[in-house]
Design a protein around this ligand. Structure first.
Ligand SMILES: Nc1nc2c(ncn2[C@@H]2O[C@H](COP(=O)(O)OP(=O)(O)OP(=O)(O)O)[C@@H](O)[C@H]2O)c(=O)[nH]1
Ligand SMILES: [Mg+2]
Length: 475
């Protein structure tokens, strides 16, 4: 409990920081169309992906303790279903669906974090829904069941970009389960690609759990080892890594009873604990939330800082350019004053005039030249400078490592658009102030939260209990 409260207060603090400091900048520069905190403000979420019939819905039903999701052989469910908690019924009520929302409502309700998915269109909205269920399993998290993956040809008939939807949901989710079954142990390349492209590399391993499901269908231990080997090989091919990620092995006893009455293979009893381990890992999703929030603040803080840094650099260059322009205008003015002086001396009609008048005339010529230079010639030069800077926009920043190159790729077009729109005329002082703020959030936010996470990890359970009791006693 102490732990939960601690996590919750940290979460709220971070959300406020994002809402107050990062969101205004993100909206101002078109980095995001909705407030940045939209996707992180809701409860922790677990996304369940996998091939069709890999047993996603059956496993979810087992976690929930009731038949909430439809199941069946062959592709059964073509919808994304968010399943969340409802405590409106008395505690002893049987577990059931208490309320449902369809996609259109869900995508437009700012209480939920799905507004960014609106871009996937009507067809997606028609395949998106929410169920509220009174299962205790959902007390601290929500689960998202997904349509089974098909082959890439059939995938195109869905009417929305499945890959992109998965990528967006994975970004929102705190934990992603990727399910395989023994029959199709290596066909999730596309899903993996979209996960790798969207999840920050730093958190990928903590955030994705691979599960080999329906293991009761392996006829023998040898068969299971063969399937496991195939899956490891396929995963290493897809991930491009030699080390094999942890793969949970599990099955749903309820589904076994339904599918056949043959005795379960003998090796299953050695793997019974795996299902519990998986369940525990899923229940830990709220702990991942802090880690994910830290990654969120780091990623967006870094990108926004990069965007602002380029805008500051542009203004600094422009300032240098204007200073040079002013110097040149001054030289042009002085030269024309001198030329005017020589001219007056050389013209007999003028040479006899009062020197004060002569000087005033020359000064006026010089002043006019300066004004002309600044208002016309310098402007032309400035337009050239602006065009050239836009053409070589990458020179506005240093790209010394991959992280910098990645963050620049995310904001380069936004910098360009802003420079084109404003024609480079914006306040340097304001952008500098924003840059300093965002940078502070990036540094402070991620440092504070990493320290808090470390503190949480170091906290022995008994100390947690003690702290919990103290905080209860103090109330
Ligand atoms: N033997 C056995 N059968 C299972 C297991 N899990 C699921 N099944 C069966 O496999 C079929 C597919 O299960 P679902 O839960 O509908 O699979 P899904 O991944 O949700 O499928 P889609 O929604 O179509 O993508 C059902 O008939 C289940 O009864 C399992 O662990 N062992
Ligand atoms: Mg299903």
């Amino acid at each position: 409990m102490y732990r939960d409260n601690y996590i919750e207060s940290l979460r709220i603090e971070l959300l406020e920081m994002v809402a107050d400091q990062l969101t205004p900048v993100a909206l101002q520069y078109g980095y995001s169309e909705v407030p940045l905190e939209t996707t992180i403000k809701w409860r922790p979420q677990v996304l369940v992906l996998g091939n069709y019939s890999s047993g996603k819905s059956t496993l979810i039903n087992e976690f929930l303790g009731a038949e909430i999701q439809g199941t069946g052989q062959a592709p059964t469910d073509d919808s994304f279903t968010v399943i969340t908690y409802d405590d409106s019924l008395p505690p002893e009520s049987p577990i059931q669906i208490t309320d449902q929302r369809d996609g259109k409502v869900l995508l437009n309700d700012s209480e939920y974090p799905f507004e960014t998915l609106k871009k996937h269109g009507q067809r997606f909205a028609a395949h998106f829904r929410l169920k509220k269920v009174n299962s205790p399993f959902l007390k601290s998290l929500a689960i998202i069941d997904t349509p089974g993956m098909l082959d890439s040809i059939t995938e195109r008939d869905r009417g929305y970009n499945y890959q992109e939807v998965i990528g967006d949901l994975a970004q929102i989710a705190d934990l992603v389960l990727v399910l395989f079954d023994p029959h199709k142990a290596g066909t999730v390349r596309e899903a993996h690609t979209s996960l790798r492209d969207t999840l920050p590399a730093k958190t990928f391993e903590d955030r994705v759990l691979f599960v080999l499901n329906r293991i009761d269908e392996c006829a023998s231990m040898m068969d299971l080892i063969r399937v496991y080997g195939t899956l490891c090989w396929n995963l290493s091919q897809i991930t491009g890594r030699k080390d094999i990620p942890m793969i949970h092995l599990t099955y749903s006893p309820g589904a076994v009873q339904k599918s056949n009455n043959q005795p379960a293979p003998g090796y299953l009893k050695y793997l019974e604990n795996q299902r519990e381990a998986l369940k525990e890992a899923v229940l830990k999703a709220p702990c991942h939330r802090l880690d994910n929030l830290a990654a969120f603040v780091e990623t967006h803080g870094q990108r926004l800082a990069h965007l602002l840094e380029a805008l500051v650099n542009y203004r600094l260059r422009a300032r240098r350019f204007h200073l040079k322009g002013a110097g040149m205008a001054l030289i042009a003015g002085l030269l024309s004053t001198a030329a005017g002086w020589v001219g007056t001396m050389a013209t007999p009609a003028m040479s006899g005039l009062d020197p004060v008048i002569q000087l005033s005339v020359c000064g006026a010529v010089g002043g006019l030249t300066m004004a002309f230079w600044f208002s016309t010639i310098h402007r032309l030069f400035y337009r050239r400078f602006h065009r050239k800077t836009l053409a070589g926009i990458d020179d506005l920043t240093s790209l010394e490592n991959q992280t910098r190159r990645d963050s620049w790729a995310a904001v380069r077009e936004l910098v360009k658009t802003h420079l084109e729109k404003t024609r480079g005329k914006y306040s340097l002082a304001e952008v500098r102030r924003q840059y300093a703020n965002v940078w502070e959030i990036y540094e402070k936010g991620s440092r504070d939260i990493r320290e808090a996470l470390k503190e949480l990890a170091d906290l022995p359970p008994d100390q947690q209990e003690a702290k919990e009791q103290n905080s209860v006693a103090a109330m």
